[in-house]
Design a protein around this ligand. Sequence first.
Ligand SMILES: Cc1cc2nc3c(=O)[nH]c(=O)nc-3n(C[C@H](O)[C@H](O)[C@H](O)COP(=O)(O)OP(=O)(O)OC[C@H]3O[C@@H](n4cnc5c(N)ncnc54)[C@H](O)[C@@H]3O)c2cc1C
Length: 437
Amino acid sequence: MAQFRSWGRYPRSEAVLYPLHWQEDPLPPTGEPMLAVGMGRSYGDVCLNHGGTLLLTRPLNRFIAFDPVAGCMTCEAGVTLGEVLDVIVPHGWFLPVTPGTQHVTVGGAIANDVHGKNHHRAGSFGAHLQRLALRRSDGLTYHCTATTHGDLFRATVGGLGLTGLILSAEFTLLPITSPMIAMESIRFDTLAEYFTLTRESDAGHEYTVAWIDAASCGSKTGRGLFLRGNHAIASGGNTRPAPAARPWQIPCTMPRGLINRTTMRCFNHLYWHRQRARRHHCEVHYRHFFYPLDGLAAWNRLYGPRGFFQYQCVVTQPAVVEEILRWVVRSGGSSLAVLKVFGNHPAPGLLSFARPGITLALDFPNRGHRLFSLLQTLDELVLADNGALYPAKDARMPPRLFTASFPHWPQFVPFIDPAFSSEFWQRVTATDKGAVS
Ligand SMILES: Cc1cc2nc3c(=O)[nH]c(=O)nc-3n(C[C@H](O)[C@H](O)[C@H](O)COP(=O)(O)OP(=O)(O)OC[C@H]3O[C@@H](n4cnc5c(N)ncnc54)[C@H](O)[C@@H]3O)c2cc1C
């Protein structure tokens, strides 16, 4: 058994690590449940399997086919989105959807059906998936599309790794003429201003997202920076270089308590004041725009040995976002808060998280029971709004919030591979075992 940590470094977990090098490699002959993992960039326990076996998919990192005319990529599931970008951007293509880090595998992007700053235009990653190959413990490999093994396809997209091992996938790409993003950053003072900005921007901008101050009190709560952007049209000049291949790295786990009420307020204050003008236009390399956090490797160590949580919900009403922020600020604030309005796209997976509504992601250092009690209060607000929590970021949602968040879960259950499980799944079905088995 070896320790395996997810990005939030909570909970602690040990499993047998079983690397897969070839698609034909046999699955381990063990009675313990298994689970495929990619880069472990999920914050909580969807990529953990305490006491079981973790199938390490990173060595499955081969490109299979790239059509630079049609814009279509086929690769093994352990290829990261960053590696895909390295191949496709020079040929004038981009990912159809990308999360806020490039260090995630294609398999992980499918299993969490990830979303990005263009959800209002493009939906989630699964909407661009043409086919996938899935190995199950019955020894068979299923080649799934929306129409061939369509039900298994819809269960596997956003299926949290529970339907088997994704071996490879084919997805369509977005044409671009430049690696640069023409972006604008706009300061706003209130959430009402944010909602106006996002309403006005979504039609003309491929990408929109906002950082908000969720640590300062009073009238400062909810102020923020609204980012919007489009792929730049190639002009031949003004190309800012790509970020250094080797980013700065946090060298070791920082002492407990480094991120606290005071440092969170300071960080949020400085971040708000980094831009003096109301509006700022510029062209930036796509890595600066999409992956600012990748510029500091292992930044999760800043949160110390107890780790941290991200609470990402989707709710329908702006008033619920305001209420959540009030609670958060009253109990000490959040270190990083991000807001985005999702578009109205049909979910490609039975357990897809992204849906019409407003998504708010809040980071918190692990402060033990004080934090748990705040998050329970937020759970009630999300439940009352018929909202949902994102499994990719979760390590604690109670079973009743999971079942309320994902009303299609009973249709999903028959597609679970009996040899696969995860800590997340055991946790959210713990009190419903009879119903779920
Ligand atoms: C800085 C940062 C920013 C982020 N921003 C966003 C964002 O904007 N939007 C968003 O949606 N998410 C975001 N995330 C979350 C991240 O995109 C997802 O958690 C993603 O699924 C992680 O991919 P991974 O390769 O690390 O997979 P892991 O975390 O290792 O696994 C994730 C899930 O995929 C399953 N899985 C992995 N590989 C396979 C496979 N080959 N076959 C079957 N199942 C498999 C695992 O079992 C697990 O259930 C962010 C994460 C970080 C750290």
